[in-house]
Design a protein around this ligand. Structure first.
Ligand code: FAD
Ligand code: NAD
Length: 465
């Protein structure tokens, strides 16, 4: 049996783990990272990146199909396009492969030792890994748990056969004719929209009163409108009960308590993700929990000395950039630097059509925290660049304190607004006031002018509405 002794052991090479290991390596910390499947984790292999590749391909296909239907106001006409999903998936796999090798290269460059295999805790500072070349024991002074999350399975709809998770949806051999999506959250709507654009007849079954229940109704309205245009049927306050006897349909209970059968070639279940805590000795460590997730403090320390946790295993928001920021911070703490989680916001983007971006507090959240607020909202229908791009749906909204004009939150819905996420986060992180945003020269013609106009609107002197 081989044994490695190191200063830092990182378990899991997703965005949290690999960033932590790279930064620790850069700081000269003797670091080992263990990965059971593939470097890059959920995000790079079966999450953020492959989903955005499919979403982009679907968007391009739909644009051309729209033009072929003679519906383009731009005066462009084309022959009816065809989609070869196997080729699209191969292109997506190529991107994933390039990024995967890139992460391994960065880890090597930072002199991190990579061990391939599944780690199992022996005690809080020791793991054993079954590798291709035999059992490897690793002992460390500090351990970072970064094992991420996995899809929630509904007891009445176990994965298998026609019932698939996002992982299978990202690598289907052909576009399903009829797709039923259970769960109208991030994944269900991002992928449901993509399949609708690729030609599937899509039905979304959502248990809550609205799709994307984490966002306010104003932000969700343009997304609902577009789903309607794409022919996506949305059933809210509906519950999935199970597959029909022949497996060719999903039986649901609708809001009025009646049963309905929705024919489906595939049923994509996207009802959330749960932390990967079971089956590898973590339970025996008996770390303090926050619900199912590991409880951490503002330095990502768990209840056991020298054991840290980062990323999805530590709970909401389960976003790659949060995991990365935690990973970078923990590496610096292990290297002896003084750091604590002091971020003012974690921006979130939903890559629906149109996209939604949020940073900081929504109007309701600000009020709930006792703030007296002013709100400025600027519609893209009054933005020249948006008009030239046929992207007039949506708006930018700013939430600020009435007394100081300090910006508490920024939200937008509209085509391509994901790229506003950095301006939003920067404004909040830098403690911007409405006057700072209003006084910043924004390039013309861009949709980002909506941000400046929203701030001006909140100050009572918008120029273009
Ligand atoms: P993970 O990425 O889950 O990585 C954990 C790693 O640990 C995995 O590689 C796993 O194999 C490994 N591991 C687990 N157990 C062991 C063990 N015992 N031993 C060794 N290795 C182990 N987030 C965004 O911010 N933007 C997006 O656009 C976005 N899109 C998404 C789309 C989809 C379809 C999905 C599913 C998720 C998406 N997410 C997105 C969420 C994002 O993927 C996660 O927040 C992120 O991957 C979490 O990173 P992590 O490092 O905590 O864990
Ligand atoms: P989610 O929490 O975003 O959405 C789940 C949805 O399923 C909710 O709307 C919920 O009301 C609904 N639901 C729950 N149980 C149900 C049931 N029995 N029947 C019908 N509906 C039900 O979860 P997700 O879409 O699975 O995504 C998981 C996580 O992955 C997200 O929370 C997010 O953190 C991350 N993610 C992020 C992005 C991004 O940043 N763009 C993209 C994809 C995933």
């Amino acid at each position: 049996m081989k044994e490695i002794v190191c200063k830092l052991l990182v378990i899991g090479a997703g965005p949290g783990g690999y960033i932590c290991a790279i930064r620790a390596g850069q700081l000269g910390v003797d670091t080992v990272i263990v990965e059971a499947v593939k470097a890059g984790g959920t995000c790079l292999n079966i999450g953020c990146i492959p989903s955005k590749a499919l979403i982009h391909a679907a968007e391009e296909f739909e644009k051309v199909r729209h033009m072929a239907g003679g519906e383009s106001p731009l005066g462009i006409s084309v022959e009816a396009p065809k989609l070869n999903l196997a080729a699209t998936v191969a292109w997506k796999d190529g991107i994933v492969g390039r990024l995967n090798s890139g992460v391994l290269g960065l880890l090597r460059k930072a002199k991190v030792k990579i061990v391939h295999g599944r780690a199992k805790f022996r005690d809080g500072k020791t793991v054993e890994v079954e590798t291709e070349t035999g059992m490897q024991v690793i002992r460390a002074e500090a351990v970072v748990i970064a094992t991420g999350s996995q899809p929630v399975e509904l007891p009445s709809l176990p994965f298998g056969g026609p019932v698939i998770s996002s992982t299978e949806a990202l690598s289907l051999p052909a576009v399903p004719q009829k797709l039923v999506v259970v769960g109208g959250g991030y994944i269900g709507l991002e992928l449901g929209t993509a399949f609708a654009k690729m030609g599937s007849a899509v039905t979304v079954v959502e248990a809550a009163r609205q799709i994307l229940p984490q966002y306010d109704a104003d932000l969700v309205r343009p997304v609902s409108k577009r789903l309607g245009e794409l022919g996506v049927r949305v059933l809210t306050e509906a519950k999935a009960k199970g597959l029909s006897g022949d497996g060719g349909a999903l039986v649901i209970e609708t809001v009025d308590g009646k049963e309905q059968s929705l024919p489906a070639d595939k049923v994509l279940v996207t009802v959330g993700r749960k932390p990967r805590t079971e089956g590898w000795g973590l339970d025996e460590l008996d770390l303090a929990r926050a619900g199912h997730f590991l409880l951490i403090d503002d330095q990502c320390r768990t209840s056991m000395r020298g054991v840290y946790a980062i990323g999805d295993i530590t709970g909401e928001p389960m976003l790659a950039h949060r995991a990365m920021a935690q990973g970078e911070m923990v590496a610096e703490i292990v290297a002896g630097k003084k750091r604590a989680w002091d971020k003012r916001c974690i921006p979130a983007v939903c890559f629906t059509d149109p996209e939604i971006v949020t940073a900081g507090l929504s109007p309701d959240e600000a009020r709930a925290q006792g703030h007296d607020i002013r709100i400025g909202q600027f519609p893209f229908s009054a933005n020249g660049r948006a008009m030239t791009m046929l992207a007039e749906d949506g708006f930018v909204r700013v939430v600020a304190r009435t007394d100081t004009n300090l910006v508490l939150g920024l939200q937008a819905v509209g085509a391509g607004v994901s790229e506003l996420s950095s301006a939003f986060a920067l404004a909040i992180e830098m403690g911007a006031r409405l006057e700072d945003i209003a006084a910043t020269v924004h390039a013309h013609p861009t949709r980002s002018e909506g941000l400046q106009e929203a701030a001006m609107k909140a100050l009572g002197h918008a120029l273009h509405i």
